[in-house]
Design a protein around this ligand. Structure first.
Ligand SMILES: Nc1nc2c(ncn2[C@@H]2O[C@H](COP(=O)(O)OP(=O)(O)OP(=O)(O)O)[C@@H](O)[C@H]2O)c(=O)[nH]1
Ligand SMILES: [Mg+2]
Length: 240
């Protein structure tokens, strides 16, 4: 048993999936992993099924029929985790943008330093810890974070970060069925709600590296949703 579940959503990650699973299991601390795959046409889930033979007590797969977005994949994973005995639930990408060696720092920020939420943050203290992004992508992300802070007043530097550790009771408190957004805005909305509920949020400085393998799922819709989503969130205050 492990007290911590790492949720990795996947869509067409056949180039990364085995390596990321092994990298997580090679950490000193024992973690469990849940892959939430949206029926990737490239056969990602078949690779996971083969790996489960090797890691039958620590690797799990939830397969959904359609690609219905990152946010709903995480909600699915959160509910799966809450139905079991995990104390800490972590969001992580499959593409090595999030370094598995940082998992222990996120865990410690909650487990030892009493955070309710810890965020693997690219932008703490005016640093920009991003490797291999083109300047357009970097500026978009950096100013998006500034924009979100300005509009929502949330005291977090990296509001769109997708490398996050949640204590179980935070996910039990936030009404997961009321989460509205699916792309970057999903990441913002989750943090916004945790903050509104007055949970302690810690930012841990990490270096984010752009994906080497596989293809990006970034789209104009995701940006549009975030741009207008935060204004809606602020105006409505979004029910907790
Ligand atoms: N299950 C599921 N996973 C998804 C979906 N969209 C993206 N993912 C996964 O979510 C993680 C983050 O997606 P990325 O494509 O890396 O998004 P990004 O980091 O904004 O963009 P790039 O790194 O440029 O590709 C990856 O592990 C993806 O495979 C989806 O609709 N469903
Ligand atoms: Mg990525």
């Amino acid at each position: 048993m492990s007290d911590t579940l790492i949720i990795i959503p996947t869509y067409n990650e056949k180039e990364n999936i085995e390596a990321i699973v092994r990298a997580v299991f090679n950490q000193k601390k024992a973690f469990h992993i849940l892959i939430v795959d949206d029926n990737s046409p490239d056969g990602t889930s078949e690779i996971v099924t083969t790996l489960i033979k090797e890691f039958s007590t620590s690797l799990f797969l939830e397969k959904r029929i359609n690609k219905i977005g990152l946010g709903t994949a995480y909600i699915h994973g959160f509910k799966w985790a809450l139905a079991r005995k995990y104390e800490y639930i972590v969001e992580m990408d499959a593409d090595f943008s999030h370094n598995p060696n940082d998992l222990i720092h996120l865990y410690n920020a909650c487990h030892l330093e009493k955070g309710d939420v810890s965020i693997g943050s690219r932008y703490v203290h005016n640093q920009v810890n991003v490797v291999n992004w083109d300047i357009k992508r970097l500026l978009l992300s950096y100013f998006a974070s500034k924009y979100v802070r300005l509009v929502t007043q949330i005291p977090i530097y990296d509001t769109t970060a997708g490398f996050v550790c949640w204590k179980k009771n935070v996910l039990e408190t936030i009404n997961l069925d009321k989460i509205k957004f699916t792309g970057y805005a999903f990441q913002i909305e989750m943090k916004f709600k945790a903050w509104k509920h007055k949970f302690t949020i810690k930012e841990v400085s990490v270096i984010f590296t752009d994906r080497h393998l596989g293809t990006s799922k970034m789209s104009g819709n995701i940006i549009y949703e975030a741009l207008f989503g935060v204004i809606k969130m602020r105006l409505k205050g979004l029910p907790k």
